[in-house]
Design a protein around this ligand. Sequence first.
Ligand code: ZN
Ligand code: ZN
Length: 113
Amino acid sequence: MTKTKKLNFEEFAWEVFRMRGAWRRLLAWHVPDDSGRCAGCHEDQGAGHPWPCTLHAVAVKAARFHEEWIALVRQETEPSGICHGCGGPAEGLVCGSCEQEEREAREKEESDD
Ligand SMILES: [Zn+2]
Ligand SMILES: [Zn+2]
């Protein structure tokens, strides 16, 4: 692990949001085990951290960013050349990988109904 600039909570959640799908993995990993400790932190650090842990909170925040982003993408009609998801170049509203993620999220929503 390399030393990185210390991010505040929001910035860290934003970075997690921008790592496509990372927050979903965090949400799936950082769940309480039988004794109310975080299963994900237990694996990473060898000691059970009381759940909810920081990474769980970060993942929840990143999921909120994701929801807001999905809502934004669906409102927009004019391509700006910049991806709404990752800020990278995009021919449409979002780049290919973000478009796929948005489509998957939409399909998931529709199948939840
Ligand atoms: Zn954890
Ligand atoms: Zn993108």
